[in-house]
Design a protein around this ligand. Structure first.
Ligand code: UDP
Length: 326
């Protein structure tokens, strides 16, 4: 199978590429390096520096390489930023995704995996959150992923393209060679580890008056390798199966205080923490039900334990204290 991976130089994309190559697949990475790092691209993948905003660039890549399937990670991904700069999300993410889909159907690509998000479920009626939960995008970011999901519905109806939307919760952890390096970093686990590395003085907990056991937000932290494997399983399932949507998480919730405490244990660093104001848009609790993908594809997390997830991230951050920048 030949897979074109947009955003294959980014955190989730690069580790999925690593796992695809390990599984013997042929990979073409298409990335504009806006957040991604060329060093993160697996050396056995073909790398194209290109921008989805430019239809001709993505069409040429698909025409030349003729992938069997596409995994689409490339997008703007920050909830907070999406509220401040909605058009980056409501326009750019949507137009870039449409360019990709238009070129894909033009060249007969029949399988597509979308990197979607738990931000579709801002007001869940049931916890853990299953696939039939009502969709309430929590931000322009979530809305932009929902727009992609709707595009895919029509690609399937009209062009017979089979797709899987993977709505993931909090991606974290690292492989031996690849990890999380965003600029600026906004995610909890890498920030906590930057405190342990001495790169920051403290972690600020965004609010401790939530309706949760210790007052801090509860999230479902899923290991990046488990996420990557789910993409590969889903792509294979589309060879002879219908389109589908899966929620992907550990099925377990950990509070911000749990994460900090576990990181203290793993790193041996005191990791000073202070409580600050709430971050706009954070729901109290988000936990996924991954029963559907478990039943359909036999997927289950290999690394469900928070301590192991943080240990693997910590190993990568210690080896790469400045991330991918040399
Ligand atoms: N968080 C925090 N301090 C930080 C960064 C994040 O308290 O410096 C909180 C954030 O408000 C959320 C949780 O940690 O409740 C996970 O945030 P992250 O940005 O890692 O992922 P998200 O849940 O937004 O996808």
């Amino acid at each position: 199978m030949k897979v074109l991976v947009t955003g294959g130089a980014g955190y989730i994309g690069s580790i999925t590429v690593e796992r695809l190559i390990k599984a013997g697949e042929e990979v073409v990475v298409f990335d504009n390096l806006y957040q991604g790092h060329e060093d993160a691209v697996h050396p056995d993948a073909t790398f194209i520096k290109g921008d989805l905003a430019n239809y001709d660039e993505i069409e040429a890549a698909i025409a030349t390489h003729k992938p069997d399937g596409i995994m689409h990670f490339a997008s703007y991904t920050l909830v907070g930023e999406s509220v401040e700069m909605p058009w980056m999300y409501l326009k750019d993410n949507a137009v870039n995704g449409a360019n990709l889909l238009e070129a894909a159907v033009k060249h007969g690509v029949k399988r597509f995996i979308l990197s979607s998000t738990a931000n579709l479920f801002d007001d869940p009626e049931f916890m853990p959150i299953a696939e039939d939960e009502r969709i309430v995008p929590g931000s322009p970011y979530g809305e932009s992923k929902y727009i992609m999901e709707r595009y895919l519905h029509w690609m399937d109806q009209i062009y017979d393209m089979r797709y899987a939307c993977l709505r993931y919760f909090n991606a974290c952890g690292a492989s031996e060679e690849r990890g999380e390096d965003h600029a600026p970093e906004t995610h909890l686990i890498p920030i906590v580890l930057e405190v342990a590395l001495g790169k920051r003085d403290k972690i600020t907990i965004f609010g401790d008056d939530y309706d949760t056991p210790d007052g801090t937000c509860v999230r479902d932290y899923i290991h990046i390798i488990d996420l990557a494997e789910a993409h590969i399983l889903a792509m294979r399932a589309l060879e002879d199966g219908p389109s589908r949507k899966y929620n992907l998480g550990n099925g377990k919730g950990y509070s911000i205080r749990d994460v900090i405490e576990t990181a203290r244990k793993v790193t041996g660093h005191p990791i000073p923490a202070e409580v600050g104001p709430r971050r706009p848009g954070d729901p109290d609790i988000l936990i996924a039900s991954s029963e559907t993908i478990n039943e359909d594809l036999g997927w289950a997390p290999m690394y469900p334990d928070l301590e192991q997830i943080i240990s693997m991230a910590w190993e990568w951050h210690q080896k790469n204290p400045d991330g991918y920048s040399k």
